[in-house]
Design a protein around this ligand. Structure first.
Ligand code: HEC
Ligand code: HEC
Length: 187
């Protein structure tokens, strides 16, 4: 009896307070709008450039010492990224590092100067994103280069680097929901 009346209450509740439709397209686009500021933060953008060089700092100035992209994003002969960037942040020199091959994202994955909607479409475009599905894009978010942005160390010149504007777990969760609700993009 008790069980039945509890069941009745639940039925009544779900009728009068319908849950928001999670598959709603607008909701998916809103989820992307929520995570976009992370992609647009300097920690990500300094590697996702459309230039022939990486950038540095929150003002996103050109990387010092004329460091260049090179053919495959690893720098040029004699001045490769790994000559300075190690597998972890270096306290003494302020050189950031992560437990992954430190390099620039390919030009096809350069996100500078895109509107939020265009950034969204770019991320999902397999001809530009390394042939990834939406789920593949989310999987990539657990790599060490992405995670580094939440533990970016300190610059000798300008002090502790700022982290992206969402907590890491909230970011990944919202990105996952964005894909699961239909990978919609804002206009
Ligand atoms: C040190 C440089 C570096 C940093 C910092 C970096 N990335 Fe990347 N990113 C790369 C490289 C290199 C690739 C290409 C990896 C591949 O295809 O295997 C990439 C690829 C990606 C991709 C997959 C391609 C696409 O267009 O969907 C996503 C998503 C991504 N990065 C997200 C981020 C986010 C979010 C941040 C910041 C929180 C970030 N990255 C910071 C270097 C970087
Ligand atoms: C000669 C040493 C050297 C080389 C070579 C080098 N870097 Fe750097 N890099 C540094 C130093 C030092 C910093 C820290 C500067 C600061 O924050 O004041 C830095 C910072 C960065 C940052 C900025 C992080 C941020 O968000 O502020 C990125 C991105 C970066 N390097 C990418 C690269 C890439 C990609 C390559 C290879 C194409 C490369 N670097 C080659 C020394 C080097």
């Amino acid at each position: 009896m008790l069980v039945r009346s509890i069941a009745a209450i639940f039925t009544a509740m779900s009728c009068s307070f319908p849950l928001p439709a999670i598959s709603d397209e607008a909701n998916s686009a809103e989820l992307f709008a929520k995570i976009a500021p992370v992609f647009q933060s300097p920690r990500c953008m300094n590697c996702h450039t459309v230039t022939t060089f990486p950038k540095q700092g929150n003002d996103r100035h050109r990387h010092s010492m004329n460091v260049a992209r090179g053919r495959d994003g690893h720098g040029v002969v004699g001045l490769t990224c790994s000559a300075c960037h190690q597998r972890e942040n270096q306290l003494a020199s302020g050189v950031p590092g992560a437990d992954e091959d430190w390099r620039l994202a390919p030009l096809s994955m350069g996100w500078e100067n895109l509107s939020v909607g265009d950034l969204c479409r770019r991320l999902l475009d397999p001809s530009r994103n390394g042939g990834r599905t939406g789920a593949g894009v989310v999987d990539h978010l657990s790599t060490n280069l992405v995670r580094w942005a939440w533990a970016p160390g300190s610059s000798i010149a300008s002090g502790p680097r700022t982290v992206p504007p969402l907590e890491y777990e909230d970011f990944v969760h919202a990105a996952d929901e964005w894909i699961k609700t239909g990978s919609r993009c804002p206009d």
